[in-house]
Design a protein around this ligand. Structure first.
Ligand code: AP5
Ligand code: MG
Length: 215
């Protein structure tokens, strides 16, 4: 069946980390708006030039611009069996736009990853990413596990920017917990555990919700 998943959660909650496991489990594309925008910035496209300074400050780019990007991506044939959205929607207007976009498709299954602010700050202060491909570093090495590129801090992980990203999350994104929270397809997981334990919890909850949709 079609699995249309949305990951919610503060910066550093582990959305990207979990998505990398989950896309293999269900063989659906991982659509990270943050990664798409970072690629556009690195490539110097018109979109990248438009959003670079906003991303660097930890603000949100406009609902219209990001919804256009997502609309085009969800029209690709590889999403026919489902998709795993990471970083979209982030505002109520984006959530309303997504509901319109998926009308007539399988219902959205929402995964909220819960993590305290203290843990967010701790994780992002030490995160390293590949300067070439953007993948999070794993372990202690100095080179990317995937492509061998050099590891650097992510541009928006400076402490002041993380504080702003958290503020933006509380003001603009957390209302989505209420927007989606009463749906029967809402899943909530504790993100403060070992990554494999978080993955197992997500898989169990999502497959339970999905089985009820087909019943
Ligand atoms: P985006 O890239 O989406 O960033 P974010 O939401 O701030 O989230 P992160 O990617 O920092 O965290 P994550 O939850 O993916 O955690 P991760 O798995 O990496 O957005 C970036 C920017 O793009 C936005 O600020 C905005 O400007 C713009 N943007 C994007 N989408 C937009 C939209 N829809 N509208 C408007 N603007 C938009 O993990 C973090 C760290 O923790 C890693 O080091 C990881 O190894 C570690 N970790 C993960 N899980 C665990 C665990 N279980 N235990 C211990 N450590 C863990
Ligand atoms: Mg991420």
């Amino acid at each position: 069946m079609e699995l249309n998943l949305v990951m919610l959660g503060p910066p550093g909650a582990g959305k990207g980390t979990q998505a990398r496991q989950l896309r293999r489990r269900w063989n659906i594309p991982h659509i990270s708006t943050g990664a798409m925008l970072r690629d556009a910035v690195q490539a110097g496209t018109p979109l990248g030039r438009e959003v670079a300074s906003i991303m660097e400050s930890g603000g949100l780019i406009s609902d219209d611009v990001i919804t256009r990007v997502v609309t085009e991506r969800l029209a690709e044939p590889d999403t026919r069996k489902g998709f795993l959205l990471d970083g979209y929607p982030r505002t109520i207007p984006q959530a309303e736009a997504l509901d319109r976009l998926v009308a007539g498709r399988a219902p959205l299954i929402i995964i909220e990853i819960v993590l305290s602010e203290a843990e967010v700050v701790r994780r992002l202060a030490s995160r390293m990413v590949c300067a070439e491909c953007g993948t999070n570093a794993v372990g202690e090495g100095t080179q990317c596990y995937d492509c061998g590129g050099p590891l650097v801090p992510r541009a928006d992980d400076r402490e002041q920017v993380v504080i702003n990203r958290l503020k933006v999350y509380h003001e603009q994104t957390q209302p989505l917990v209420d927007y989606y929270g009463r749906r029967a397809t809402y899943c909530r997981v504790d993100g403060a555990r070992l990554p494999d334990d978080v993955t197992a919890d997500i898989i169990a909850q999502v497959e339970e919700r999905a089985s009820k949709l087909t019943a």
